[in-house]
Write a protein that binds this ligand. Structure first.
Ligand SMILES: NC(=O)c1ccc[n+]([C@@H]2O[C@H](COP(=O)([O-])OP(=O)(O)OC[C@H]3O[C@@H](n4cnc5c(N)ncnc54)[C@H](O)[C@@H]3O)[C@@H](O)[C@H]2O)c1
Length: 363
């Protein structure tokens, strides 16, 4: 698709004004690349609350009403509940809007195909934002691994502990779509938050040729099933192996300004290792990145390790991209399908007792 960059600020609409708007909005505030022209949410209270940020924007209860209003929209910042992603994004592409959407892109490959086809048919760009790729400690981890400082990469490990106590308020209404997702076998840890972990794996070490998984289940309330404990291992085309362990700790308090997720990424090389100690929460309160090589441990004390900054920078990247067309989208719709395939391969493997599954061979 040929894309012509805009020679003026892009006109953007926020579609969905819930919990994560609070972080996505950071890319738009004070950004000369964009003019926010509309806010869409069926919830009147949300519309009134967010209108205070953008007094000049028009508000609507649905994207269809905005499309019919005659207001010019170049791009939509789509912050919809997950079950609405596929239909909602397909509609918005057909309105002629570019789309920057939240993860997970959608639940299966048929939905993904539908979304990509809508982008192509309407000559619009579909981006599935991946804020983790803009988290400075992870970007520096990648740079360290590629610099050779820790030698050749031998393997890596990601860790995630979902804790039950602490963090910001998540309204019950934000949690309800997750229950729907659980019923469909798309759990909150492996599929929803896990999308980020699988993304970072692809971003760090490229395509994956085999996935093996053992995905458990812990009921924590009526109709509330958490997909832990879970362990997923894989091998990249370049031979590097990764492992990700997911644990639930319902009674653990974790200090966090956002969600209560204790996360770690550790790359081992032939000469040393590099480890990101935290991301969303503040589990380990020492420098966010440490690098060990040659008997010396180095720590990065001045990285921007506020998780919210990764939303700001991912969004700014997109808005700048619309103005210039320069550089990778991080992620394009097609790249997001690779993340989806990775997750689906994990489910297929777990269902087959941990057998190896090639993500590219899923139908
Ligand atoms: N990148 C991340 O780390 C991250 C973190 C949290 C959530 N998310 C993603 O962000 C998205 C939104 O999550 P959230 O936690 O803000 O959910 P939320 O439920 O708090 O907000 C969703 C909003 O969409 C509104 N909505 C519902 N139907 C709509 C429609 N048809 N048109 C317009 N608006 C509609 C709801 O009223 C609500 O205000 C999800 O895709 C979620 O996976 C990403």
């Amino acid at each position: 698709m040929s894309f012509v960059p805009y020679d003026r600020p892009v006109r953007a609409a926020f579609i969905g004004l819930g919990r994560i708007y609070d972080l996505n909005v950071r890319a738009y505030a004070g950004n000369p690349d964009v003019e926010v022209v509309a806010l869409v949410d069926p919830d009147e209270e949300r519309r009134a609350q967010r209108q205070a940020d953008w007094p000049a924007a028009r508000v609507f209860a649905s994207a269809a009403e905005l499309a019919a209003s005659g207001i010019g929209v170049d791009t939509a910042e789509v912050l919809l509940p997950i079950p609405l992603h596929a239909d909602g994004v397909t509609d918005m592409l057909s309105f002629g809007w570019h789309v920057n959407m939240q993860k997970p892109m959608c639940n299966d490959l048929a939905e993904a195909r539908r979304m990509l086809e809508a982008a192509q048919a309407n000559g619009r760009v579909l981006r599935v934002m991946e804020n983790y790729l803009f988290y400075e400690p992870l970007r520096t981890l990648k740079a360290v691994a590629e610099s050779g400082e820790i030698g050749e990469v031998s393997g890596y490990h990601m860790k995630m502990v979902g804790t039950g106590q602490g963090g910001w308020e998540v309204p019950v209404s934000s949690f309800l779509p997750q229950l729907e997702q659980m019923q469909r076998g798309r759990g909150i840890l492996v599929f929803d938050d896990g999308w980020h972990k699988l993304s970072t794996a692809l971003w760090l070490f490229g395509p994956v040729r085999e996935v093996r998984a053992w995905i458990g289940n812990t009921p924590v309330g009526p109709g509330v099933d958490i997909d832990a404990p879970a362990t997923i291992v894989w091998e990249h085309d370049n031979g590097v192996r990764g492992v990700w362990d997911i644990t639930l700790a319902m009674d653990m308090y974790l200090r966090s300004d956002y969600y209560t997720n204790d996360e770690r990424w550790e790359i081992t090389g032939t000469k040393g290792y590099a480890r990101v100690n935290r991301c969303t929460g503040r589990g380990i309160q020492q420098p966010s990145l440490e690098v060990y090589a040659g008997g010396v441990l180095r720590a990065y004390h001045a990285l921007d390790d506020d998780w919210a900054s990764s939303f700001r920078d991912s969004g700014r990247h997109w808005l700048r991209w619309l103005r210039t067309g320069d550089g990778p989208l991080l992620w394009s719709g097609e790249e997001a399908v690779d993340v989806l395939r990775f997750a689906l391969a994990a489910y297929a493997s777990s269902a087959a007792g941990g057998a190896g599954v090639h993500p590219g061979q899923l139908g």
